[in-house]
Write a protein that binds this ligand. Structure first.
Ligand SMILES: CCCCCCCCCCCCCC(=O)SCCNC(=O)CCNC(=O)[C@H](O)C(C)(C)COP(=O)(O)OP(=O)(O)OC[C@H]1O[C@@H](n2cnc3c(N)ncnc32)[C@H](O)[C@@H]1OP(=O)(O)O
Ligand SMILES: CCCCCCCC/C=C\CCCCCCCC(=O)OC[C@@H](O)COP(=O)(O)O
Length: 217
């Protein structure tokens, strides 16, 4: 019900979604889906391709937003306290078991916060631990940059096109906690490249950005 309502918002805002690779989602069983997170507009992009039986990880503060919090609660959103790593990790380890028991998919924004600066923030590792703990497939989804049509700082919000790509699933069978850092890094590199390709922007050298040698755009 929520997805169908939110999917109509694109007509009001003049947004078009061009989705590629949706067939990659046609794999049975629990999985973890990670995607980039630029703004609240992502809720439209999320609902546009949301598979059945998929819940999202959200920050706890969203639970206290009145009717929206209630709808999210009823929709099965898993709330975590980002201010407490141990609390977040405890919740997440319970999620791995629930995923397997109830055959659900979990959508995580590995940047951990909204980021509209035309690049990806370094990834948090929770989603990747979750995929490895559940030994479930890991899907990556990218939404092209919104900066050309949506920029709150410049008071810009016009109609525009969002290119979406669902990449091939990554298997985590046989991986252990020791492989999580490597898995995270691999996904980050692939997702960043895909993000720039979809957005039509030039790729900046990764090492320099990571070392803090380049200023933020
Ligand atoms: C109208 C109504 C419409 C309604 C719409 C409904 C749709 C709603 C959509 C909702 C949209 C909502 C959108 C939103 O709200 S987005 C905001 C909320 N979502 C997230 O933050 C998700 C992404 N975050 C993470 O995954 C973080 O990692 C967490 C939160 C889990 C911890 O973050 P934190 O910053 O505290 O710590 P850290 O990541 O530096 O990690 C620290 C260390 O812990 C290790 N570690 C981490 N995890 C695990 C684990 N599970 N098992 C074992 N170990 C684990 C990790 O390797 C590292 O160790 P080392 O490797 O450095 O040694
Ligand atoms: C300005 C245009 C607004 C258009 C809105 C169109 C889409 C609205 C769809 C549903 C409305 C309710 C959805 C509530 C979910 C909020 C998700 C969200 O984006 O939370 C922020 C969180 O991830 C990260 O928080 P921070 O960036 O760390 O703080």
């Amino acid at each position: 019900i929520i997805a169908n309502i939110v999917k109509t918002f694109k007509y009001i805002y003049g947004l078009r979604f061009e989705v590629q690779g949706l067939e990659n989602f046609e794999v049975e069983g629990p999985c973890v889906i990670v995607s980039n997170h630029q703004s609240i507009l992502d809720m439209m992009g999320l609902m546009e391709i949301l598979p059945d039986d998929c819940v999202q990880i959200g920050k706890k503060e969203l639970l206290y937003t009145g009717p929206v919090g209630l709808i999210m609660y009823l929709g099965g959103v898993i709330f975590i306290n980002r201010k407490s790593t141990s609390n977040a990790k405890t919740v997440m380890s319970g999620v791995a078991q629930t995923m397997l028991d109830e055959n659900v998919k979990v959508w995580v924004y590995p940047e951990g916060t909204r980021n509209g600066n035309g690049d990806l923030l370094p990834f948090k590792k929770g989603a990747f631990h979750l995929a490895v703990q559940a030994q479930a497939n890991l899907f990556t989804v990218l939404y092209s940059s919104f900066t050309s049509f949506y920029n709150p700082a410049k008071k810009l919000f016009i109609s525009g096109k969002i290119r979406v790509e669902v990449l091939q699933p990554i298997e985590t069978k046989g991986l252990t906690a020791e492989d999580v850092a490597d898995l995270t890094e691999r996904c980050y590199c692939t997702m960043r490249e895909t993000f720039f390709r979809l957005s039509g922007t030039a790729r900046e050298p990764l090492a320099s950005r990571h070392n803090g040698l380049l200023p933020d755009p």
